[in-house]
Design a protein around this ligand. Sequence first.
Ligand SMILES: Cc1cc2nc3c(=O)[nH]c(=O)nc-3n(C[C@H](O)[C@H](O)[C@H](O)COP(=O)(O)OP(=O)(O)OC[C@H]3O[C@@H](n4cnc5c(N)ncnc54)[C@H](O)[C@@H]3O)c2cc1C
Length: 318
Amino acid sequence: MDGLPTRESYPGLVVMPESAAEVREIVRLLHLTGTPFVARGAGTGLSGGAVATPDTVLVALTRMNRILTIDPVRRRAVLQPGVVNARLSEATAPHGLHYVPDPSSQAACTVGGNVAENAGGPHCLKYGVTTNHIVELEIVLPDASVLRLGSPHGEPWGPDLVGLFVGSEGMFGIAVEITVRLEPVPESIRTMLADFPTVRAASEAVSAIIATGIVPAALEMMDRACVAAVESSIYAAGYPTDAAAVLLVELDGGADAVEAEAAAVASLLLERGARAVRSASTPADRARLWQGRKKAFGAMGRIAPDLAVQDAVVPRSC
Ligand SMILES: Cc1cc2nc3c(=O)[nH]c(=O)nc-3n(C[C@H](O)[C@H](O)[C@H](O)COP(=O)(O)OP(=O)(O)OC[C@H]3O[C@@H](n4cnc5c(N)ncnc54)[C@H](O)[C@@H]3O)c2cc1C
């Protein structure tokens, strides 16, 4: 099983390699015997992609969890695919750098799984999704040949094969080494919580913010049902439970710019009907506001153990 709880089956065999060489050798044997295989990171995927059937070998990559190098000058890190997303930014923080894509599952999911799923997260509004942060990959193809795609320096000549592999859902091969782009931790971050009497007013506030030309680092809405689930769980973040919707707005950048943008966004939110707007007062307060949003799926687990999640896209003008 993975994060899609309606699909469950057991693999015929599980192998847990520790190195790229071991992956290559395993895949070579599987190729020789014509045995199908499925790669698996943390198993948080929401589409059943990491689920293997009894005639299949599961290649679990969680033991390949080493960060191989961090280059603070060129802002690159080279890692094995089983590194947990959140661990990467923790490791680069002493250099004033972080890895931006931050899926809500980041405390568990692996960067290899993020590559396969082209994972996004709240901060992808401003910074883009996984594909924008991967510069080079070493992959083992199903016939056990090894390929290096991309370049640590940027785009190589020819087609964008890194772009082709990222988001291929494990269908093209196994990523065994990943070179990521790191970004400087912003000088200033302001996280604001606004609560609204209607979902429409909150939605229109989103469009109004975007229309100003300000690009928040993140802009997330939760409706009353979601807030109720979070607030009655261990992830309670202090969201107002009588609001029809809450908006989390995060701005980042230079201190003066963030100050000016925060003032503009706060007055816009109030103009658009927010009952109240408050800013996180400390890093711990900010983390708590985000925890509520990021653990919302987990909070819903109290209501029902099987949760089918769908992402939908609608034009902002609707
Ligand atoms: C509570 C929760 C919140 C989530 N929030 C988000 C979110 O905000 N944004 C988002 O995008 N997703 C989100 N997801 C979905 C999921 O976490 C992501 O898709 C994540 O990238 C999966 O990583 P994983 O390590 O768990 O991969 P797995 O689930 O183990 O595998 C996913 C797919 O990747 C393949 N794969 C794994 N490792 C490799 C590798 N090294 N090489 C090639 N293929 C590989 C597998 O075969 C499978 O097809 C969420 C899931 C949960 C349960």
